[in-house]
Design a protein around this ligand. Sequence first.
Ligand SMILES: [Zn+2]
Length: 247
Amino acid sequence: MQTVSRKVLGLVLMLGVLLSLTGCRGTVWSKREEVRIGQQVAKEVEATYKLDPNPENQRRVQLIGQRLVAVAGDKDFKYSFKVLAVDEVNAFALPGGPIYVFRGLLEMVGDDDDMLACVLAHEMAHVNQRHAAKQYSKGVWADILITAATRGRVRDVAQLTNLLVQLEYSRRDEYESDRLGIEYAYQAGYDPNGMIRFFQLLRQRERGGDKGILANLRTHPLTENRIWRAQQHIQKVTGKPAEEVRE
Ligand SMILES: [Zn+2]
């Protein structure tokens, strides 16, 4: 664990250098810069976490990802969809296109491709809407990096992962990604109710005290309001009432 933490800390510091080379705080990256940053960080992420060696898992997320790109891809971005060999429940997107799910998330969704498509589509919406660049321009990344560098004693990889790959997107950005994710999934031929089923599973897990759910997927802001909004949007998009959440 210790070595991995140190590796990831190196990655955080490298990211800091990258960002400072990219321009001063307040600068919004160009799409090209986003792609470049995303590709470099992706390399480090894959060196740190390792890809899931199961080719079926990789093929599955790639296939779903490509269907989403076909209907909602931005030609300036360079998407990739990969599974990391980590048994926690997590998914995240890097600027400009790289999208990762942890193996633990695949295990959680089982064979429900609609659920998986909704998760990938939500992450893709963060990329398309350039939420990371937006957070960076608000100074969020700088603060995250300073915290990591000065407090230093980061307890575990999960915590660092949160700092690095999970920006605390604003609630508004999360809602936007839910809405767009529902649309992308539907356009690509998946059932957008997968989003509701995913929220439900997450909530059950969390109520059961599962600590393996990382912060960007935890129930904050997985509020009743967020679920309700998603249901409303599914109804709007499909013309049919959304699935109910079973308590
Ligand atoms: Zn999100």
